[in-house]
Write a protein that binds this ligand. Structure first.
Ligand SMILES: N[C@@H](CCC(=O)N[C@@H](CS)C(=O)NCC(=O)O)C(=O)O
Length: 205
């Protein structure tokens, strides 16, 4: 099997992919980068990801960047883990919607709230619309549970769950009861617990 290597800084958005890799259960290597030492700006790393950001995942000869794209890729590439909704299943469209909703709606809504613009942008010009609508839509989606697609845990939970976990941790998202109940369920997953424990070891080293 082609080797999997995660370019990772612990903790950061690459922790999303580390959780995903733990869920997949295939062996992987970590290439650790220190963001504070600006390893991500070194020419060797810019050759891997010209954006100078983590995560990046090397799978054999291919490099994939963007956390949600990597999670989507891994779920499809390793279907035995049952973390995707495959092509042909009527639920796939909804599943893809949530995978895109994280980086295109939750993250920008959260960051615009944390770092407000000098001039307020028109709601219609922002892809996410407005913060409160995004929060209400996500709260409704995770309220029933146990997972965003219902009974099946998928890559969409890794992406949306990570956004909610980090957002609440850094006080950038409200601690709504729907969010805390959902992330509480996710925290029970052994793969997330392993990823977190390994990240803590890495950060302390
Ligand atoms: N759109 C990217 C964002 C990745 C990102 O912003 N990563 C941060 C760490 S949380 C980073 O590498 N920051 C270092 C920098 O920009 O210098 C994704 O979702 O993967």
């Amino acid at each position: 099997m082609a080797k999997l290597t995660l370019y990772h800084a612990a903790p950061s958005r690459s922790s999303i992919v580390r959780w995903m890799l733990e869920e997949i259960g295939e062996p992987y290597d970590i290439h650790h980068l220190s963001l504070s030492k600006e390893d991500n700006r070194a020419p060797e790393y810019l050759a891997v990801n010209p954006m100078g950001k983590v995560p990046a995942l090397r799978h054999g000869d291919v490099v994939i960047t963007e956390a949600a794209a990597i999670c989507t890729y891994l779920a499809d590439e390793f279907p035995h883990a049952k973390l995707n909704i495959p092509i042909g299943d009527v639920r796939r469209g909804i599943y893809l919607k949530w995978l895109f909703f994280g980086p295109s709606c939750i993250e920008p809504a959260m960051m615009d709230r944390a770092f407000p613009r000098k001039e307020e942008a028109r709601r219609g010009a922002l892809g996410y619309g407005d913060f409160d609508t995004v929060m209400n839509v996500v709260a409704k989606a995770v309220a029933k549970g146990p997972y965003i697609m219902g009974d099946q845990f998928t890559a969409a939970d890794v992406v949306i769950g990570s956004d909610l976990r980090f957002g609440m941790m850094f006080k950038m998202l409200p601690e709504r009861s729907e969010f805390t109940a959902y992330t509480g369920r996710l925290a029970q997953r052994p793969a997330l617990q392993r990823a977190q424990a390994r990240d803590e070891e890495l950060a302390a080293a």
